[in-house]
Design a protein around this ligand. Structure first.
Ligand code: SAM
Length: 272
């Protein structure tokens, strides 16, 4: 039965990739599900102890004796960074509901987002652990898993919200958590996406081309493939995929055409 596990996980990721597109459209149509101000970087010092103690609590007393950290027993461990309301976490859990095969950690720097994920009816403590974490400051918190213990990290429309001066650190922090052979799955805005072209000039951040401030104060950066390659290779990862996903989306009702440019990447940590 050794072949079924990789097949199941790979099927889960295929469904997951589809979900990413649906999620992105939902965000743009409806806006974030929580008040915009709560999406700005919160002070994270107090969250560090919370992540560690919550992880201990999540293990429960019985498991604490046998499991070295929450999720330790699963054959595959995945972290979704910037999980928002969990729009990609729950389909992943649905696609692979066996806690022996898959454990999903998810984090967001917005405590409200983590609260929403934890309160979701499909949040299962035996297979999921949500915690507050700013991926730029990962070294400041006690993570619920050891370094180099993750098979995959997904980073979906998150890096674009981080200032370019901090993006390399965020990517290095993520790469550190991957096992040798682990993979970083990435999707985000590409240069000249329709939403970039629609920004008014006064929204551009003067010091950075292609960086904009939305009305709610959040940032959005539009990447090129080369920039992403430098970021990921700079963190010691090896390219498996770096593609532009260009789509023409037609809303026949409103008679509008939307030219979307998204970038999708897969970079792997080399085996030793
Ligand atoms: C556009 S949403 C994407 C949510 C989710 N990845 C999805 O695909 O449904 C971006 C999320 O990233 C989070 N975020 C932004 N910067 C972050 C950071 N430095 N560390 C952790 N989360 C961050 C935001 O709070 C928000 O929930």
């Amino acid at each position: 039965m050794r072949t079924t596990k990789p097949l199941l996980i790979s099927a889960a990721f295929d469904r997951y990739r589809l979900r990413i597109i649906v999620t992105q459209r939902k965000y743009e149509a409806a806006g974030p599900p929580i008040a915009p101000i709560q999406w700005l970087r919160p002070a994270s010092a107090s969250s560090s102890s919370t992540a560690a103690s919550d992880a201990k609590e999540a293990k429960g007393e019985d498991e604490e004796k046998t499991e070295s950290f929450v999720g330790a027993k699963a054959s595959h461990r995945v972290l979704e960074v910037g999980c928002g309301a969990g729009n990609t976490v729950f389909p992943l859990l649905d696609a692979c509901p066996d806690p022996k095969q898959l454990f999903v950690y998810c984090c967001d720097f917005a405590p409200k987002a983590v609260e929403i994920v934890r309160g979701h009816s499909n949040y299962r403590k035996d297979q999921c652990f949500a915690f507050v974490c700013d991926i730029v400051r990962m070294e400041q918190i006690a993570l619920p898993f050891p370094k180099e213990s993750l098979d995959a990290i997904s980073c979906i429309f998150v890096l674009s919200a981080i200032s370019p001066s901090e993006q390399a650190l965020a990517v290095r922090n993520m790469a550190e958590q991957l096992k040798p052979g682990g993979v970083l799955l990435f999707k985000d805005y590409g240069r000249y996406d329709m939403t970039q072209l629609r920004f008014k000039k006064e929204r551009v951040i003067a010091s950075e081309d292609n960086l904009y401030a939305r009305g709610d104060g959040t940032l959005v950066y539009y990447f090129t493939q080369d920039e992403l390659d430098s970021l990921f290779v700079g963190a010691g990862l090896v390219k498996e995929q770096n593609v532009v996903d260009r789509r023409l989306i037609v809303n026949r009702g409103k008679q509008i055409k939307m030219y979307r440019v998204w970038l999708q990447c897969k970079y792997r940590k080399p085996r030793r």
